[in-house]
Each structure stands twice: as structure tokens, then as C-alpha cells.
Design a protein around this ligand. Structure first.
Ligand SMILES: Cc1cc2nc3c(=O)[nH]c(=O)nc-3n(C[C@H](O)[C@H](O)[C@H](O)COP(=O)(O)O)c2cc1C
Length: 304
């Protein structure tokens, strides 16, 4: 367990001040000051603690667990300027060549990825969500900021709070339509929150310093776009494993943040249902239901 004493000792070992630690970990200086001011275990969320620990470890700190003699820190031995791990690094792998068969399959994946709202009840095998998150994390991000934060929502009370908020928000959305549109809207199933075996929320840490703010000065929204790209990647990765994923945006971000008790700097990007799909289709459900039709890509291109 990381304590404020260990963090201070670790900083001392690598000769970092609080500003250095903030820069390397992406955790704000204000947070570091607050955490270090209080003796004992760090009063922070898991991802914040993990970011601090990872930054210190990548600088060579080893955290020694409580083993009778008390927890501690030490600096990894360097061998000719390289840590042992760096010294034994494998040569980079040769880049793969993608052939026509792969491209044809990839196209099928794009065609058959669906927003899924109808799920079978059996749970996903253990580790699937984590594997999908790993694949999402291979996505591009502005300045390599990796601003995405994933909340796997297991607790039924938290799920129920989000589901209740969806029901209320969906009713309000319905009431904003009139006549035939309202009738059509009422027929749509716009989330599978009740039946989906897994819920996942994706946030962006708007306060992150990871990436040193590269690319965010004129377009701060790039941080959120980065998370969206990662989600798109996850959506495809899920389909490739036969897992269905449904995006729920008819919810109030503040209510979700409260239900999930996340740091105030985290902005909700999307809430997702995951599970095995009850049906497979090559057409979007909204197209099948006559809500909207697909546009031809030709109609979406202009040349200047
Ligand atoms: C940002 C975003 C938010 C979405 N929110 C919802 C939603 O709240 N409820 C829903 O049923 N579908 C939602 N969708 C899914 C879209 O309706 C769906 O992607 C679109 O109709 C095309 O269908 P397909 O994903 O199956 O190709 C969302 C999709 C995106 C990209």
C-alpha cells in the first residue's frame, strides 16, 4: 500500500520535487501536495495512485512491500547506465504484412460491428473486458496523453442509479418529439442496461499532464476525441470476439459521475453495455426501424 511517506522517500531517491512527479505522472501538483500532506495511506482513487507509482517505478524506484521489517523504497541497480530490464530488451519485432484476405475480413468487421441493445443473459468470461480495455489503450491520443479512464461498474446499486437516470432522460427525450416522430421514438430500444451482463463507463481525465499538453492549446477538445477513438477501437475489438457493445448517451453526465464516485476532473465520454448479443445483423437498428437511413459516402465528400 502506497503511503505519503513512501512517495516522499521515493522522490528523494530519484531527486524529484513535486513538480517533477506531477509532470511524470500526470497527477496535478495540487493533488500531490494534498496527498503528501496527510500521513499514512494515500487518500486517492486507484488510477491516481497507479499513475504515481508507475512514474516513480519507471524512474528506477522499487517499492518494497511490508514483509515484517516494514515497507520501504530502494533504487534499482543500474548496469552500465541501463537498468537490467533495459539491458535485456528484445529487438523490435518485424512489422506484419496485411494481405487481401485480412483486409476482406477487416471490411466484414466494419460492416458487422453493431450498436447492441439486446443481450443474452450469460456473463462475459473473466478477463474479456480487461482485454478489450487493453486493446482500446492501443489507440491514438493527442500528445500520447492516454486520457481515457475506464470504470467497470459491478455494483448493482450504481448500475441501478445509472439505469434510473437513463429511464428519466429517455422519457424527457420522448416528450421533446411530436406526432409521428414521437410514436417512432417510443418504439425504439435505446439501451440494454437491464439485461447487459456488464456495464462500463469511459471518462477523460481533463486535468492530466501526461503528454505535456501537446496538441491541446488551440483545440482542448482533442483530449475527448482521443477517448472516442479508443472507444471505436474497443467496439471493433469486441465484435471481433463476438461481444456486443452498446453506447448509452441518453443520460446526464453529472448523475453518472456521482453514481460512480469519480474524481471531479473526469468528464464522461460514454456509458456502455457489454455482453453477448441476442441477435446479429449487418444493418443498423435505427435504419431497420426506419428512424434514419445510411448516407452514401459520395454525398459526404467535397473537394476544394
Ligand atoms: C456517440 C454515440 C452515442 C450513441 N448513443 C446511443 C444511445 O444513447 N442509444 C442508442 O441506442 N444508440 C446510441 N448510439 C448508437 C447509434 O445509434 C448507432 O451507432 C447508429 O444508429 C448506427 O448503428 P450501428 O452502430 O449499429 O452501425 C450512439 C452512437 C454513438 C457513436
Amino acid at each position: 500500500m502506497l503511503t505519503s511517506e513512501l512517495v516522499k522517500a521515493a522522490r528523494g531517491l530519484v531527486r524529484w520535487d513535486q513538480v517533477d512527479l506531477a509532470r511524470e505522472s500526470g497527477v496535478s501538483i495540487a493533488t500531490i501536495k494534498r496527498l503528501e500532506a496527510k500521513p499514512g495511506p494515500l487518500g486517492a482513487h486507484g488510477p491516481t495512485i497507479a499513475a504515481l507509482q508507475a512514474a516513480l517505478e519507471s524512474a528506477g524506484v522499487q517499492f518494497i512491500p511490508e514483509n515484517g521489517g516494514g515497507a520501504g523504497v530502494r533504487l534499482a541497480k543500474r548496469d552500465g547506465g541501463l537498468t537490467q530490464e533495459e539491458g535485456m530488451a528484445d529487438p523490435p519485432p518485424a512489422p506484419p504484412a496485411f494481405d487481401d484476405a485480412f483486409r476482406a475480413q477487416l471490411h466484414e468487421l466494419f460492416v458487422w460491428r453493431r450498436d447492441v441493445r439486446r443481450f443474452r443473459s450469460e456473463p462475459l468470461p473473466g478477463g474479456v473486458i480487461e482485454a478489450l480495455i487493453e486493446e482500446a489503450c492501443l489507440g491514438p491520443s493527442v500528445g500520447l496523453s492516454q486520457p481515457w479512464r475506464f470504470v467497470i461498474v459491478d455494483e448493482s446499486a450504481r448500475r441501478a442509479a445509472v439505469t434510473a437516470n437513463f429511464r428519466r432522460s429517455n422519457l424527457e427525450a420522448l416528450q421533446a418529439y411530436d406526432g409521428e416522430r414521437r410514436t417512432r421514438y417510443a418504439r425504439l430500444k435505446l439501451a440494454g442496461l437491464e439485461e447487459a451482463p456488464s456495464h462500463l463507463a469511459v471518462f477523460v481525465d481533463e486535468a492530466t499532464e501526461i503528454g505535456h499538453r501537446l496538441g491541446r492549446r488551440t483545440m482542448p477538445e482533442m483530449l475527448r476525441y482521443s477517448a472516442v477513438v479508443a472507444i471505436a477501437q474497443m467496439w471493433l475489438a469486441a465484435r471481433a470476439r463476438g461481444v456486443g457493445m452498446g453506447w448509452v448517451s441518453i443520460i446526464e453526465p453529472a448523475a453518472v459521475a456521482e453514481a460512480l464516485n469519480v474524481p471531479s476532473d473526469w468528464a464522461l465520454i460514454g456509458y456502455f453495455c457489454l455482453g453477448f448479443p441476442a441477435e446479429l445483423c449487418a444493418e443498423p437498428e435505427l435504419a431497420r426501424e426506419g428512424w434514419e437511413r445510411r448516407l452514401s459516402p459520395d454525398a459526404l465528400i467535397v473537394r476544394r
